[in-house]
Design a protein around this ligand. Structure first.
Ligand code: AMP
Ligand code: FE
Ligand code: FE
Ligand code: ZN
Length: 285
């Protein structure tokens, strides 16, 4: 089955290619996310949970009056840094992708146990059982650990949890064993999707972005709440130079988790058309 949008979108409606549900660290169910998108008049929305495509069947079914875009945000590693690679418009029934992501979620759980041990050694009263996903099949991450620390009264809020304990270099941080960037791109391509580097401005590594394009990346996330106008201009130039697609999204995790607003990214129609062309060709359409 080809994974292309059905053209439910009306002209001038917004396109948002990055959001999260409770299948990773978002607050809403895929259905609640779809209902919010409809209420806001969003024309196309991608659900891109961290290392999970488990929420997609519910999301696709719940999208009645906008184009649901199958998505995922794969965690990859490059020279010790976590790189997030978005997969878009892949075939959601790809069992190879589902299995690879299931193994990634198992590693996420193992990593979380290592992080809890480190926090215990640092003197925090916290148990692995305190850290729970928002949904039984959901992928666990540092936000769930931060939530547990807040519940136990160990920190006042998210920012303190990350800044004092969970950021790289802080006592609770542990890297996640993860695929390399070319491996993550291959996982997405094998499923017929487009691979896009998420929010790359925070890397401060233009050279890496170009290298990732040479490894087969299809696009760069240019419009993202963490990126400024000058980042957008710089990233757009790299897109033109490397011949890849500029994309964007709100990275919505639910009200209150960050300042991002669902559907707020300024993504042009051409982006979706180009993503469709690339993925249709890959899917043999
Ligand atoms: P993980 O996938 O477990 O490494 O967690 C990464 C997620 O943690 C990101 O996608 C964000 O949702 C969240 N995150 C990372 N850094 C921060 C921060 N400084 N404050 C709040 N949330 C953060
Ligand atoms: Fe997240
Ligand atoms: Fe991300
Ligand atoms: Zn994200």
């Amino acid at each position: 089955m080809i994974s292309q949008p059905k053209k439910l979108r009306k002209p001038n409606q917004s396109i948002d290619l990055h959001s999260h549900s409770y299948y990773s660290d978002g607050k809403l169910s895929p259905t609640e996310l779809a209902v919010s998108a409809s209420g806001l008049g969003v024309g196309a929305l991608a659900l891109t949970d961290h290392d999970s495509i488990e929420g997609l069947p519910e999301f696709m079914a719940a999208a009645k009056d906008f184009d649901p875009i199958p998505g995922v945000e794969v965690t990859a590693l490059h020279e010790g840094r976590e790189i997030h690679i978005l997969g878009l418009l892949f075939l959601i029934d790809s069992s190879a992708l589902a299995e690879r992501l299931k193994a990634a979620r198992e590693e996420r759980r193992a990593r979380l146990e290592r992080m809890v041990k480190k926090l215990q050694v640092a003197g925090l009263a916290l148990e692995v059982e305190d850290v729970t996903p928002d949904h039984p099949g959901g992928s666990l991450g540092r936000p769930h650990l931060a939530q547990a620390m807040i519940r136990k009264g160990l920190v006042a809020g998210f920012e303190e949890a990350f800044q004092a304990w969970l950021r790289p270099g802080r006592p609770g941080y542990e890297p996640q064993a993860a695929p390399s960037v070319p491996q993550a791109i291959e996982w997405i391509h094998d499923a017929g999707g487009a691979a896009v580097i998420a929010h790359p401005a925070k890397l401060h590594r233009n050279r890496w972005i170009r290298e990732f394009c040479e490894m087969g990346l299809d696009g760069i996330e240019v419009w993202h709440p963490s990126q400024f106008k000058k980042d957008e201009r710089r990233l757009l130039r790299i897109c033109e130079e490397m011949g890849v697609i500029p994309t964007g999204g709100s990275d919505f995790h639910g009200e209150g988790r960050s300042a991002s607003v669902l559907g707020s990214a300024q993504v042009p129609e051409e982006t979706l058309n180009r993503l469709q062309d690339v993925t249709l060709a890959r899917q043999g359409g």
